[in-house]
Design a protein around this ligand. Structure first.
Ligand SMILES: Nc1ncnc2c1ncn2[C@@H]1O[C@H](COP(=O)(O)OP(=O)(O)OP(=O)(O)O)[C@@H](O)[C@H]1O
Ligand SMILES: [Mg+2]
Length: 237
C-alpha cells in the first residue's frame, strides 16, 4: 500500500489499516500517537530507541499497532525503521505491499549488507525491513550473533526501531528479541486474551530480563462504532 514503487497510494485496501497515514487527524490516530508519547516518557534517563511489540496469544494486533506507531514516529520527524522479526507469520510486506525476497532472514543467513534489505516507503522518514523468506529455524536465527550484530547496526542508523514479533507464549523468539530492544510492549486483544495468558507472558519477559514498558489493550469490536478502536496504555505494575 505504501511501497515506494507504488505511484498511486491506495489507502483503502490492504489487510491492515494504516490509519495513522490515512487519517492522521482521526481520534484513532491520536491514540497511536499517545502510545508514541508514552514510550518517550516511559524512560527519563535512557531514551528508548527501540521497541518490541509482542503479545501472549496470536492475533492480538501486534503488527497493526507496530506499523501505525512506526508511522507516528516517522510523522514526528524521527528516522524510523519498522523491522518485521516475526519469522513465522510475517505480514509487514503485505501491509506495505512490498517484495519479501530479501529481508531480515536473508540479511542474517546470507550476511547481506543492510542497504540491500532496507526498503524505503512513501512515508517520509519511514524505512522497512521485511521478514525475508520464512526460514525453517526462526529461533536459531533470532538467537544468533549475526542477529545481534544486525540489530546493533540498524539501531545506530535510526532514531527509532520498531520490531514486530510472534506471540510470546507460542515460541521463544519474542523473549529473545526482548533482550535486544530498549523496551517491550505487550499488545492484547481484550476480547480473546485472558488474564492468565497475560500474566504468563509478563513472567516470561521478566525471566528474559526485558524492560516491559507497557500494555496496549486492543479492543477490536467496540459496540458504539464498528470502526472504533480503543487503546489503553499503562505501566505494567
Ligand atoms: N484495533 C483493531 N481494530 C480492528 N481490526 C484490527 C485491530 N487490530 C488488529 N485488527 C485486525 O485483526 C487482525 C489481526 O491483527 P494483526 O495482524 O495486527 O495481529 P497480530 O497480533 O500481529 O497477529 P499474529 O499473531 O498473527 O502476528 C488483522 O486482520 C487486523 O487488521
Ligand atoms: Mg503479526
Amino acid at each position: 500500500m505504501f511501497g515506494k514503487k507504488n505511484k498511486h497510494l491506495d489507502y483503502t485496501s490492504g489487510p491492515r489499516d494504516l490509519i495513522v497515514a490515512k487519517e492522521p487527524k482521526s481520534p484513532i490516530s491520536e491514540q497511536y500517537r499517545t502510545i508514541r508519547t508514552n514510550i518517550t516518557y516511559s524512560s527519563v534517563d535512557t531514551p528508548i530507541k527501540s521497541v518490541l511489540f509482542t503479545s501472549s496469544l496470536p492475533s492480538a494486533g501486534k503488527s497493526t499497532t507496530a506499523a501505525n506507531v512506526a508511522i507516528a514516529y516517522a510523522q514526528a520527524g524521527k528516522k524510523t525503521l519498522l523491522l518485521d522479526a516475526d519469522l513465522r507469520r510475517p505480514t509487514t510486506h503485505y501491509t506495505f505491499e512490498m517484495n519479501n525476497q530479501k529481508g531480515l532472514s536473508t540479511a542474517i543467513v546470507n550476511e547481506m549488507p543492510l542497504e540491500n534489505v532496507i526498503k524505503e516507503t512513501e512515508i517520509e522518514n519511514l524505512d522497512i525491513v521485511t521478514s525475508g523468506p520464512v526460514p525453517p529455524n526462526p529461533s536459531e536465527l533470532i538467537a544468533s550473533n549475526k542477529m545481534e550484530h544486525f540489530f546493533k547496526t540498524v539501531t545506530m542508523q535510526y532514531d527509532m526501531v520498531i520490531v514486530d514479533s510472534p506471540p510470546i507464549l507460542a515460541v521463544t523468539d519474542g523473549q529473545l528479541l526482548s533482550k535486544l530492544v530498549d523496551g517491550t510492549i505487550l499488545v492484547t486483544n481484550v476480547e480473546s486474551n485472558n488474564k492468565d495468558s497475560l500474566t504468563h507472558a509478563k513472567d516470561l519477559l521478566h525471566k528474559a530480563d526485558s524492560n516491559l514498558i507497557g500494555v496496549v489493550l486492543n479492543n477490536k469490536k467496540q459496540k458504539s462504532s464498528k470502526d472504533s478502536y480503543y487503546y489503553y496504555y499503562g505501566n505494567e505494575k
